[in-house]
Design a protein around this ligand. Structure first.
Ligand code: FAD
Ligand code: NAI
Length: 480
């Protein structure tokens, strides 16, 4: 076999597999290496997102939402349901089948595009000959391959709590928390970030008593404050017990449960230690880049103080012809951001110009209601003394939301006071993840709120809330 390639991509997550396909489309001889093993020790393409992230979490969010809806809301539609019970095994099987379909879909695309896939752990050997970097693949055959260009797309892993190891039985990362075969009676989650809220929602809907311990006093501090406040209220009302301002003092792992000592700064003048026992503990306090397993010191690749690979706007590292993309570099850890960087780098290698507008990068939290955002938050505009207009439309006044029985939340549009250019759109409400696409286009094309207000939207539809929010900037919303 010829072991020389034009490009080697390390990692087949959303960054790496998308980069590989785009490179192949552009005519590059491409190899992709990934070490992921499923529970049967087979390779499984798609990285964190497909195997233990976006896809399984959304599959379980969907089924747990349906379960809760059938149990609690169907009678409102005039549908009587009795003895609704949970078949958790079937729920997990369905989720695993969705993962497998995605794994095999990527493999099919690799074959279709003639991308050579290697299963194993990649390391730099440090050898460079005629500008070709050598990579060793640690597997049974220990092959070495070379390429002129290397793309590092090795992703990230869950950050553990100091002194506490993930065993995926009592102490869970996102992996174990999406594979539990029984509904834990009492689940504790450390971290009220995206993973804590999404996975907490899944198990609460299935019957767990969920407590989320968050160190910050500022709930979802990257989200628009008004939306975050609304979300905090709605999620607590649903039964997620989110406790802000907590400090974890001690975690004791027993045979069958976990004991946590924590204090809550906001309610106690004197620090009172609260002791609680939980059946499972999910630690969701952020993720760390996978950089310390690649032999990067052999090639002098620069990382920052948190071990993220340092890159420029084109995702070029300090070493010529070596790029890095996705969770392993700066910016939000999102699958669609990794994918965009994958496409950008492939096109950069081919000599095309492409850039990413980080201001138009959307972000969604798939709780119920969903929270979706793009552009600047109100607190950002205030902090930077940017004058703005606000337009708000509540889903309570939207017919489609009433038909769905999902009226909580609102659309909020922020536009520049002088030019009316849209600066940010923030949504909490049904299908916010889909509605945000219109907002992304508006921001990318630098639309004004007047543009959205003048566009005809379908009736009855949730998207009318977007038009009405834009109209409300000049106090001419019709239905509110
Ligand atoms: P990864 O997906 O982590 O892939 C990296 C790949 O590299 C892995 O397959 C790994 O096996 C491989 N690898 C690492 N080191 C080596 C090596 N030395 N040799 C060979 N292979 C190696 N984002 C969203 O946008 N939407 C969501 O809904 C969403 N939900 C999420 C839910 C959860 C629970 C989690 C944990 C994350 C979620 N994310 C979501 C974030 C998303 O999963 C990541 O941003 C995305 O996977 C990053 O893609 P990546 O290609 O950079 O890395
Ligand atoms: P996160 O950064 O979203 O949240 C971590 C939370 O833990 C923060 O609120 C932080 O204040 C808190 N925390 C940190 N240390 C703590 C401590 N010692 N005690 C108590 N609280 C502590 O990280 P998370 O939830 O782990 O997710 C990681 C990344 O995965 C996210 O940043 C996101 O980019 C990605 N993701 C995206 C999803 C989506 O797009 N829908 C879904 C899930 C994950």
């Amino acid at each position: 076999m010829n072991k020389n390639f034009d490009v080697i991509v390390i990692g087949a997550g959303p960054g790496g597999y998308v980069a590989s396909i785009r490179l192949a489309q552009l005519g590059f001889k491409t190899a992709c290496i990934d070490e992921w093993k499923d529970n049967e020790e087979n390779f499984a393409l798609g990285g964190t997102c497909t195997n233990v992230g976006c896809i399984p979490s959304k599959a379980l969010l969907q089924t747990s939402h349906s379960f809760e809806n059938v149990k609690n809301s169907f009678f409102e539609y005039g549908i009587n349901t009795q003895n609704v019970t949970l078949n958790l095994q079937k729920m997990l099987e369905r989720k695993n089948n969705i993962i497998k379909k995605n794994n095999s879909g990527i493999l099919f695309l690799f074959k279709k595009n003639k991308i050579k896939f290697f299963h194993g752990h990649a390391i730099f050997t440090g050898k460079i000959q005629n500008n070709f970097h050598e990579i060793q693949i640690i597997n049974k055959t220990k092959e070495t391959i070379t390429a002129k260009y290397i793309i590092i797309a090795t992703g990230s892993k869950a950050r553990s709590f100091p002194g506490v190891k993930f065993d995926e039985n009592l102490i869970l990362s996102n992996k174990g928390a999406l594979e539990m075969i029984n509904v834990p009676k009492k689940l504790c989650i450390i971290g009220a970030g995206v993973i804590g809220l999404e996975i907490g929602s899944i198990w609460r809907r299935l019957g767990s008593e969920v407590t989320i311990l968050e160190m910050s006093s500022n709930f979802l501090n990257t989200v628009d404050e008004e939306i975050a406040k609304k979300a905090f209220h709605l999620l607590n009302k649903q039964g997620l017990n989110i406790i802000l301002n907590t400090k974890i003092h001690d975690i004791k792992i027993n045979k069958e449960n976990v004991l946590i000592n924590y204090s809550n700064k906001s309610t106690n003048v004197k620090t009172e230690i609260i002791t609680s026992i939980f059946d499972k503990l999910l630690i969701a306090i952020g993720r760390i880049p996978n950089t310390n397993n690649l032999n990067i010191d052999k090639i002098g690749l620069k990382v920052n103080e948190n071990n993220f690979i340092i890159v420029n706007d084109n995702c070029e590292t300090n070493i010529p012809n070596i790029y890095a993309i996705g969770d392993v570099v700066r910016g939000p850890m999102l699958a669609h951001k990794a994918e965009e960087e994958g496409i950008m780098v492939a096109e950069h290698i081919s000599g095309q110009k492409h850039s990413i507008n980080f201001n138009a990068l959307p972000f969604v939290i798939y709780t119920f209601p969903e929270i979706a955002s793009v552009g600047k938050t109100e607190q950002y505009l205030k902090k930077h003394n940017i004058s703005y207009n606000v337009g708000i439309f509540p889903f309570l006044a939207n017919s489609r939301a009433r038909i769905l029985g999902e009226t909580s939340g609102m659309v909020k549009i922020l536009s520049d006071m002088k030019s009316d250019e849209i600066l940010g759109i923030h949504i909490i409400g049904p299908m916010a993840s889909e509605l945000i696409a219109e907002a992304v286009i508006a921001i990318e094309f630098r639309a004004s709120s007047e543009d959205i207000a003048r566009i005809c939207h379908v009736h009855p539809s949730l998207s009318e809330a977007m038009k009405e929010a834009a109209m409300s900037i000049e106090n001419r919303s019709i239905n509110y």
